[in-house]
Design a binder for this molecule. Structure first.
Ligand code: HEC
Ligand code: HEC
Length: 429
């Protein structure tokens, strides 16, 4: 496997990451890390399993608010609570792409708040208003514990109050979120590691970096519209719960168990705050429906013509099979990078060494495209295929195809619930 130098990590950083891994596993074995004690941060298991049999509602709570006990990493190891309390104003938080849940704020809160003061951020956290971050704030306004949830990367807001502030939209990726810059705020990381994290930029994350030390992040994908899709992630590593468990234990650093002998991972932590909630979490995700495009965002007549190009001259439908959720992974097919002319590094780091045909969901919402974001616009996607497959599409056909992609493209998902369905009723305080 050859990699350009930019994909390599310095030896020092590699050693460091191996050490972090070892340290975490060591903590686990001594079982000094126990379940979080704070009810707000991660309620006791029975709070979740004891709810009525409305599985999607339980799943929604877990998706939005459950940290899996990952405070052991974000607080105890990275000490981000200290940085946030002293140095992260709401203005800074919004600048690194964090979103604010307007439903958690009293009317007029933002108008009178000092958006340049970290104290305001602490208040937002106390109110549970920062999407994807759960914190325990003391009476003296100190952040005692802080952890992250699935919603951090896979939710955004509708900007109804102002940019970055509005109603939650579960399952849509937060492509403004600069995860790397947030992690790099940690006082506990060496400069070499911070340099890697700071190289990612908004909307990207590398969920294999702390395992193999290679730096090739992917764009955050939607976590919706996956009902009827056989395998998840860009490389089709497994079904929904495989990824959920992988990310919760190895990336969020939740207090749970995950093992994959092929990837040489075996993490066992007791109590396991991950495995028992996977079924409800899975059901919630599978119930998240792809939202329609904003009204007026595409030309319906052109989209109709583009649909024909998609299914005939463009050859798109041979892999993005419309009746199979737009992906031939449902026929058990994955594609070598050379088949569609995309970067091979990512695939080489995982088990299948191939890419899954991406099920096309809410394309209008999340440029750039392809796993590495190498196509800035949908026009770039079309130009890529036109050149790579030698399609010789006319300029009109290309723009019609783009309009069709902008239209969703629509999929029959009548069985799915709306992704914005229901209020956040299980997180009242
Ligand atoms: C730090 C950001 C981050 C967090 C937190 C995170 N994910 Fe992801 N998620 C990603 C990335 C990046 C990928 C793509 C991984 C890949 O393809 O290699 C992904 C992939 C997925 C997919 C597959 C989407 C598809 O198109 O196949 C689902 C579903 C998903 N995540 C759900 C979750 C859930 C549920 C949680 C909480 C347990 C979670 N994620 C936590 C970043 C994140
Ligand atoms: C040989 C199979 C194949 C054909 C033909 C094909 N695709 Fe793809 N498509 C893929 C694969 C595999 C990916 C994932 C590539 C990646 O992430 O790097 C993908 C990704 C995409 C994406 C990115 C989605 C996202 O959310 O990032 C779009 C858009 C897309 N294809 C549209 C098209 C269009 C339009 C055509 C026809 C011009 C087409 N595809 C033809 C296999 C195919």
């Amino acid at each position: 496997m050859t990699m350009p130098p930019s994909f390599r990590m310095t030896l020092r950083a590699r050693i460091y990451f191996v050490l972090i891994g070892v340290a975490l596993v060591a903590c686990t074995e001594q079982s000094r890390v126990t379940a979080p004690r704070d009810g707000l941060v991660a309620p006791p298991q029975d709070h979740v399993v004891g709810l009525p049999a409305d599985v999607p509602a339980r799943g929604r709570y877990i998706f939005r608010h459950w940290t899996f006990g990952d405070e052991q990493f974000w607080t105890d190891t990275l000490r981000l609570n200290e940085v946030v309390e002293t140095a992260v104003s709401p203005a800074t938080a919004l600048a690194v792409g964090l979103k604010v849940d307007a439903d958690r704020l009293p009317p007029g809160f933002l108008a009178s708040a000092d958006l340049t003061s970290p104290a305001t951020t602490v208040e937002l956290l106390r109110r549970g208003a920062v999407v994807g971050i759960e914190a325990q704030v003391t009476a003296g306004n100190h952040i005692k514990r802080l952890g992250i949830t699935c919603a951090l990367c896979h939710s955004t807001v509708n900007n109804s109050v102002t940019a970055g502030v509005g109603k939650r939209l579960d399952g849509l990726p937060n492509r403004d979120l600069n995860v790397g810059a947030i992690v790099a705020l940690s006082p506990a990381l060496p400069a070499a590691a911070k340099a890697v994290f700071n190289s990612w930029g908004p909307g990207k994350y590398d969920a294999e970096f702390n395992r193999d030390g290679i730096n090739s992040p992917v764009v955050l994908p939607p976590a919706l519209g996956l009902r009827g899709v056989a395998l998840e992630t860009y490389t089709g590593e497994g079904p929904v719960s495989y990824w959920n468990a992988y990310v919760a234990v190895t990336q969020m650093h939740g207090h749970g168990s995950f093992s994959d002998p092929v990837l040489d991972i075996n993490i066992q932590q007791t109590p396991d705050l991950v495995t028992p909630v996977l079924p409800a979490l899975r059901d919630y995700q599978l119930n998240l429906k792809t939202p329609p495009p904003p009204p007026g965002s595409f030309d319906p007549a052109a989209a109709e013509r583009g649909k024909v190009v998609f299914e005939t001259t463009g050859r798109c439908a041979s892999c993005h099979i419309p009746s199979l959720a737009f992906t031939d992974v449902n026929r058990g097919i994955l594609h070598a990078p050379s088949e569609t002319g995309v970067d091979p590094v990512r695939a080489s780091r995982l088990k299948n060494h191939m890419y899954r045909t991406t099920p096309l969901r809410a394309l209008w919402q999340h440029p750039p495209y392809f796993h590495d974001g190498s196509a800035t616009t949908l026009r770039d996607v079309v130009e890529h295929y036109d050149g790579f497959f030698g399609l010789h599409l006319s300029s009109q056909q290309k723009s019609d195809l783009v309009e069709y992609l902008k239209s969703g493209p629509p999929r029959r998902e009548t069985e799915d619930r709306d992704h914005r369905d229901g209020e956040d009723r299980d997180h009242e305080n």
